[in-house]
Design a protein around this ligand. Structure first.
Ligand code: CDT
Length: 308
């Protein structure tokens, strides 16, 4: 069974004015720090190359499209891929993807330790709203700028581990983990941008938001006997705070490593993927214990239907 040192490259704020090149330089610095600690796979946040632009209301599609990448790798990110390959570190990061057909997705990719892209995921659960909402303290316009991912929750055999990806809001949905759990996932990587403030409940404390993030990540890990790395983009972006709280969680749901800042910060943990086997073969042996005859509503019904 495989052992890998997994790293999380939490990133601090990225301002609107910051160039892709400046951000990639920070990502490479975190990569160098990771190499010095023996990290073999490094996880970066959602939309790692830019500010969290869905907080800004835009009507001009050309202005929107400037936040998107038309190919990956591209000129700005090639140095990151090159350095990761030279250091022998697999990487995964999120970015806004504009396809040749003109489709917009909130995407992440994963590479092997040779710098080759081996998997792509497009965010399924898009939070927020489509139109400007004056009732909110800040906007969250993911539903305006992205379409829901069309690739599903796939997993890949990468560096001896069955890996899958999710993005930010996906971590709050048990279906995310279970669909990958049903494919034997051993490591789920997930980047996020979570505002420190609830736009519709201003007095909700940061502690509650951090608790909900960890609760979701730890439950998903335990209930599917998988490692989970949830990695933040944090800090204050043009006046808008994003929370930290990046964690690497083991298959029992325990936190192995946790960020303490809201800045660029490396966390890491040696992970023995043999540790997934006990849970997968006992209490969460899906083949023996799941009762799919009672789960029909999960895929046939979206919203709540209360009894008459
Ligand atoms: N990026 C992202 O998905 N953020 C959401 C914020 C939800 S509030 C509209 C999250 O679940 O963290």
């Amino acid at each position: 069974m495989t052992k890998l040192v997994i790293g999380g490259a939490q990133m601090g704020a990225i301002q609107k004015a910051d160039s892709r090149e400046a951000v990639v330089a920070r990502m490479i610095d975190l990569l160098e720090q990771a190499a010095a600690k023996g990290v073999e796979m490094l996880v970066y946040p959602e939309l790692a190359l830019t500010t969290f632009f869905p907080r800004w209301y835009m009507e001009d599609q050309a202005e929107v499209d400037q936040w998107f990448e038309r190919e990956m790798p591209n000129g700005a990110t090639q140095p990151l891929f090159d350095r990761a390959r030279d250091l022998g570190i697999a990487i995964t990061f999120g970015y806004a993807e504009l396809t040749p057909e003109g489709r917009h997705f909130n995407t992440s990719i994963v590479t092997d330790r040779k710098g080759e892209i081996v998997g792509k995921y497009r965010k399924v659960h898009l939070p927020g709203h489509v139109e400007y909402d004056p009732e909110r303290s800040h906007q969250h316009l993911e539903k305006r700028y992205f379409e829901p991912g069309d690739l599903g929750f796939n997993v890949w055999r990468n560096e001896g581990v069955i890996m899958g990806m999710a993005i930010c809001n996906d971590r709050r949905w048990p279906e995310t983990y279970r669909v990958m759990g049903l494919q034997g996932v051993e490591l789920i990587t997930l980047g996020y941008n979570t505002p420190s403030v609830n736009s519709q409940m201003g007095d909700e404390g940061l502690a509650k938001r951090l608790f909900h993030s960890k609760l979701s990540l730890q439950a998903g890990a335990y209930q599917n006997a998988t490692f989970v790395a949830g990695i933040a983009k944090a800090g204050v972006e043009d006046g808008h705070p994003l929370m930290g709280g990046s964690v690497i969680v083991d298959p029992n749901g325990f936190i192995l490593a946790e960020a303490s800042s809201e800045e660029d910060e490396l966390i890491f943990a040696p992970c023995d993927f043999a540790d997934c086997a006990f849970g997968k073969s006992t209490i969460f042996d899906f083949a023996r214990h799941r009762r799919i005859e009672h789960y029909g509503r999960i895929t046939s019904q979206t919203g709540v239907i209360e009894p008459a």
